[in-house]
Design a protein around this ligand. Structure first.
Ligand SMILES: Nc1ncnc2c1ncn2[C@@H]1O[C@H](COP(=O)(O)OP(=O)(O)OP(=O)(O)O)[C@@H](O)[C@H]1O
Ligand SMILES: [Mg+2]
Length: 270
């Protein structure tokens, strides 16, 4: 079992846990249309400082599209994304750069640099942000985060030679190499075996508890939801249909929530 140290590197980045319970990100009336299809139809959601918010929803309902707005990779068609009181919806790439340093994202497919080996992928943010200058310290930090995701010993491999689950774990290691204030996870446990999934869930929890990281986790995994979520949101037909605690989710009588939780398909799903 990995021993969690999670010592943040000594950098000028912001690591002190923010006061819990206040909105860190506020999403207001977010609408998005892609290829003439309306995907998001007016999302209103506050992401509170220090919480782990799980976002559920059927495949193709717009979860990944939503997540991309939070880090400015997609611009809203209408509406606003407010990060710490600043509207980031229409910032330029240059203006977004400091915000992106504070928000990490683990993409659904890992999105590793194909030409860099595992070590260099994970070291990339440390070098790019000059968070750590000493090569020995970089080595130490990379070893620490790779150990956390059970990827020790794979440092020299290229992404093409890794399984999907291994790529995802390297992406997670890269995202936490410089611990951000907010971590967005797109399906962090999909395609992973139950033991690795469990260790990733525990890691998400520990990152919150030890570093006060605010997390938004997109998942289909209800067992994982039970374990990590402070609050759960269900995206349905472009809107937040449900927002509440895990207990509220599993005891809800609302037909859409009930069917989702109990995995009942309806004719319109087919
Ligand atoms: N860049 C794009 N251009 C056009 N359509 C897109 C684009 N990205 C996503 N879409 C469409 O938007 C819809 C929502 O996609 P999204 O990837 O957000 O779904 P999802 O809820 O994350 O699904 P899954 O659970 O399968 O990952 C889909 O119909 C998808 O085809
Ligand atoms: Mg997705």
């Amino acid at each position: 079992m990995t021993i969690l140290k999670l010592n943040p590197p000594k950098t000028n980045l912001h690591f002190s846990p923010p006061p819990p319970g206040q909105p860190l990100i506020s999403v207001r009336n977010l609408e998005q249309t892609l290829s003439h299809h309306t995907i998001l139809q007016g999302i209103n959601l506050d992401i509170l400082r220090g919480e782990t918010l799980v976002l559920l929803g059927k495949s193709g309902c717009g979860k990944s599209v939503f997540l991309r707005h939070l880090i400015g990779l997609l611009k809203p068609k209408k509406g606003n994304i407010i990060f710490e009181g600043v509207d980031i919806s229409n910032l330029s790439e240059t203006q977004l750069a400091p915000v992106r340093k504070r928000i990490g994202i683990v993409f659904q497919d890992g999105a590793l640099f194909d030409s860099l080996n595992v070590f260099d992928n994970v070291a990339f943010p440390l070098r790019e942000r000059e968070a750590i200058n000493c090569p020995f310290k970089i080595q130490e930090r990379v070893a620490e985060v790779l150990e956390l995701v059970n990827m020790t010993g794979h440092e020299k491999k290229l992404p093409a030679s890794l399984s999907g689950g291994m790529r995802k774990r390297v992406a997670l290691a890269r995202a936490i190499a410089c611990p951000p204030d907010v971590l967005l996870y797109d399906e962090p446990t999909a395609g992973l075996d139950p033991i690795i999934s469990d260790s990733i869930n525990r890691l998400i929890r520990r990152l919150q508890e030890r570093l006060g990281i605010t997390s938004v986790v997109v998942t289909h995994d209800l067992a994982s939801t039970r374990f990590i979520a402070d609050r759960v949101a269900l995206l349905h037909e472009g809107r937040i249909h449900f927002l509440g605690s895990v207990e509220d989710l599993f005891s809800s009588n609302d037909p859409i929530v009930y069917n989702f939780v109990n995995a009942k398909s309806t004719e319109t799903d087919l």
